[in-house]
Design a protein around this ligand. Sequence first.
Ligand code: AMP
Ligand code: MG
Length: 350
Amino acid sequence: MKTIIRKIDNLYSDHKFIEEAAGILQRGGLVAFPTETVYGLGANGLSAEACRKIYEAKGRPGDNPLILHIGDIEGLYEIAEEITPTAKKIIDKFWPGPLTMIFKKRPCVPDNVTGGLDTVGVRFPSNEIARELIRLAKVPVAAPSANSSGKPSPTRASHVQFDLDGKIDMILDGGAADFGLESTIVDATGGKAVILRPGAVTKEMLEGLLGYAEIDPAVLKKPDKNIIPKAPGMKYTHYSPKASVILVKGEMGKVVEEINRRAKEKQRDGLKIGVLATDETKALYKADIVLSAGSRNDEVSIGANLFKILRKFDYLDADIVFSEVFSEKGEGLAIMNRLKKAAGYNYIEV
Ligand code: AMP
Ligand code: MG
């Protein structure tokens, strides 16, 4: 299959491309599109056959459910029921935006969207291209991240093309994603708000609204047979580049020293070493590839750069990547959650 790529510079003058994409969705095809979190791989979310193609193109395990995206709030009531007062309060505050909510599903939602669960994840994105596409398609759009399963999520159209060229019908190129980390997932079906996956809508923001917010234990700890994530997709060690990623934790001066020492040692073994650094420390490292995720004073931009950088280490053929760690406050919780997964929970403490 030839993948059509359309660049959207302007919502009005390039509207014809969004119409073209909506037509593909209506005919059961696959369209990758930008959102404020990461690029999504969209299909008609009410068609089991169209959704099957998502799993096939991504190589996604069948038990990892898809999120349904709506273009306006009315769309929610077609696919979800029993919207608890807590859920209502949260969506009133944070939708449209980088937040997925779990609801009891209506029968029209196909089983392969929910991985057989009786709940469905729903998101109302704020990205204008995404919203216009969904509105024109006139159906909820099932869209997981538009990467090959296991790879870091795509934050640019070029990432999608690298993973899925020839496997999907179209890519809408709307530039770099604003947040660059997948949506926060919150389950309030039981009346209490529980974060199943951290993202740009932070625990602190939910606490500001509700006075509390719980976190699924699997977000903080390595999942094992006693700690099974409530979001099925969180059990996979994904976001990983080809290189083995090792997190190095401790006082900053010692971290730099330890990474340089280990880098030198591994280079002697003939390995290509990467370092995931920050603007503050970048100049201090001696390795083959040193990339800064941004300044520690701006964690939103670190979140936005993270997957791009993990992909770049791949592209530059790093064998091992040593990474600094971040505080788990605010959006740092989401950043560290993805980094820990990328590292397969591989830590060194100095
Ligand atoms: P992605 O869109 O690729 O970020 O993946 C979707 C994420 O949403 C995965 O981690 C899924 O496990 C999670 N998810 C989707 N539907 C549900 C649901 N009904 N209950 C819990 N988690 C869900
Ligand atoms: Mg994904």
